[in-house]
Design a protein around this ligand. Structure first.
Ligand SMILES: [Zn+2]
Length: 436
């Protein structure tokens, strides 16, 4: 696309966090120029007077495969939630139920202004998720979940988990003009054998892939990890040569001081999921302490059945509010939260030079908001306005890689929402029948 976005209030999230009224020139898939005024270079113009342009937001921990289970596993702690509901449901996905689950999640996230996700898939039928990611226009890091132990039915042999992962890397890494990146997804320490972790490490080195897993979410999980391995989670990763800037750990609620140090030393990425940590009663991650220590913290909604939303505005608000009673009212500020949803998400994915801020040369991933709403005015601080009073219904248009993916609040890949809703209800019933 070649277009000049004119007269918008631009929140760049660049190094100086500049925000001003101006123009953005999008050429092909990149931001060519941003300035208070760009004289018409003879291309299409879009007047955005009164609108706000922000970088496309990043959700760094989600499970598209679980969206179909929304509202079906409430009021449980992590391990019961997983073993009684989530694993049996993931195991009984068909290609059709998984496809509509992905459509629901992509629809919800794109229309709330998210342009990039890090997704943990399920074990089977993953090509339909990759197809939806490519077709929807979103930018994604995604991989099938790897589980080869844990003494429960939802697991593969180590060899099958590795072979199917390798096949998907070959087929999907770099698809959709490079918008789709494979991310290795060993579920967590309790479901992965040592040979599987070794294979994950090799694959990550060989193909330069992220390792996306869960860590230190829940006290019982932590206790069992310690009994089984002799280590707490982060120490386990360090001792087994898995700690690096490519290691992305969802949650990190229960850490020792030494593990906090490891996060910083090895540049391990923390994926904060406030909604899920509250709903599963897991606890309060020490996010202000991590930010003070210079650890990269980004933000995700986790699975729809442990949240039960995938709305980045809700997640930003929760992240902004939940730490104040524990750590003090000034312990975390709106700008830090907005960083978590934009540039820190980009850093988590190794994409800080490509997305996460509106900077010339980066991919044209951007979200256009109308904040002239009853719930959002007045305001003299746009970042505070977005974090504390913004809502996903303020999102008007979304661009990824220089192409519109949401126009007038409608994801262009899914112009009709009722077939998706009807199909989701039908596939959910069919899945529950298969489980019985
Ligand atoms: Zn998760």
């Amino acid at each position: 696309m070649n277009i000049l976005l004119k007269n918008a209030f631009i929140v760049t999230q660049n190094e100086n966090r500049e925000a001003f009224i101006g123009d953005i020139w999008v050429a092909e898939n990149r931001i060519k120029e941003i300035a208070p005024r760009i004289d018409n270079p003879g291309i299409e113009e879009m007047d955005l007077s009164g609108y706000t342009i922000i970088p496309g937001m990043v959700q760094s921990h989600v499970h598209l495969c679980q969206v179909l289970f929304r509202n079906m596993a409430d009021d449980l702690e992590l391990l019961d939630w997983l073993t009684q509901h989530i694993w049996p449901m993931e195991m009984h996905h068909s290609a059709a139920s998984l496809r509509v689950s992905a459509q629901l999640g992509i629809y919800e996230m794109l229309s709330s202004g998210v342009t990039t996700i890090l997704d943990m898939g399920c074990a089977n039928h993953m090509p339909v998720v990759f197809e939806e990611l490519v077709n929807s226009g979103i930018r994604a890091f995604c991989g099938k979940v790897m589980m080869d132990s844990g003494d429960q039915p939802y697991q593969e042999t180590t060899a099958d988990a590795i072979a199917s992962t390798e096949a998907q890397i070959r087929e999907w890494h770099g698809a959709g003009d490079g918008r789709l990146n494979y991310a290795l997804a060993p579920r967590f320490v309790l479901t992965c054998s040592m040979p599987l972790w070794e294979a994950v490490k090799d694959l990550s080195d060989q193909h330069d892939l992220l390792i996306h897993t869960h860590s230190s979410e829940n006290k019982t999980e932590l206790k069992i990890v310690k009994e089984q391995t002799g280590y707490t989670n982060v120490t386990f990763f360090v001792r087994n040569n898995l700690a690096s800037e490519k290691l992305c750990l969802a949650h990190c609620v229960w850490l020792t001081d030494e593990e906090m140090e490891y996060l910083k030393t090895f540049d391990i990425k923390v994926l904060h999921c406030p909604g899920a940590n509250l709903k599963l009663g897991s606890g309060y991650a020490h996010i202000p302490k991590m930010l003070d220590a210079g650890i990269n913290v980004s933000i995700g909604s986790d699975g729809a059945p442990c949240n039960n939303n995938l709305d980045i505005f809700i997640e930003m608000r929760l992240a902004a509010l939940m730490h104040k009673p524990n750590f003090g009212v000034t312990s975390i500020r709106a700008q830090q939260i907005f960083d978590m949803a934009t540039i820190n998400g980009a850093k988590a994915l190794g994409m800080a030079d490509k997305i996460g801020s509106l900077t010339p040369g980066k991919y044209a991933d951007l979200t256009i908001l109308d904040l002239n709403k009853i719930h959002a005015i007045p305001s003299k601080d746009v970042v505070s306005q977005i974090v504390y009073s913004g809502q996903s219904r303020d999102v008007c248009h979304v661009m990824v890689n220089g192409e519109w993916v949401v126009k007038d609040q409608i994801p262009l890949a899914y112009p009709e929402v009722s077939p998706i809703i009807n199909n989701a209800r039908r596939e959910c019933d069919a899945l529950l029948k298969r489980m019985n």
